[in-house]
Design a protein around this ligand. Structure first.
Ligand SMILES: [Zn+2]
Length: 153
């Protein structure tokens, strides 16, 4: 299941919220083809992507970002991992933020946290557990944020 949901922003821009699984049944051209102007794409609802899905995504985003400004927000872990291996994953789109993999050592729970690219310097930014208020541990190698920094304009 792959869906989109549109949200009109106060400034008139449209945010496209994508959710579900990007695979051979995900028709990206149909889901994105009718949208005009600059777009913000929110990927927080994407559960996973497979190799066919990656091909489709790369083709679609290259096309979209060739003629207009596309920003991508809240890239989930499943996408971030792939984006680090596929250099043109976001083409000319600008990635603004991701849902980074943090864990709470006390609650023993994973706590994905929204991280804006401006917060990433040499280390992952500090985040606090929503349950126990303790400091979270970043659960990846520091190079994880490469995909976020690569498209910085
Ligand atoms: Zn906790």
């Amino acid at each position: 299941m792959f869906e989109r949901h549109l949200e009109q922003q106060p400034d008139g821009r449209v945010t496209v919220m994508l959710s579900g699984i990007i695979d051979e049944s995900a028709d990206l051209d149909q889901l994105l083809g009718d949208l005009e102007g600059d777009l913000a794409i929110d990927l927080s609802g994407i559960v996973r992507i497979n190799s066919v899905g990656i091909d489709r995504w790369v083709t679609a985003i290259a096309q979209l970002s060739s003629t207009r400004r596309i920003t991508v927000e809240a890239v989930p872990y499943s996408i971030g991992m792939q984006a680090n291996y596929v250099t043109n994953f976001f083409a000319r789109a600008e990635v603004l933020s991701c849902l980074a993999p943090y864990v709470c050592p006390t609650c023993e729970t994973s706590r994905p946290m929204l991280v804006h690219r401006d917060e990433v310097a040499l280390r992952a930014p500090v985040r606090w557990c929503t349950g126990c208020k303790g400091e979270l541990t970043f659960d990846e190698f520091e190079g994880y944020f490469d995909f976020l920094m690569r498209t910085r304009g």
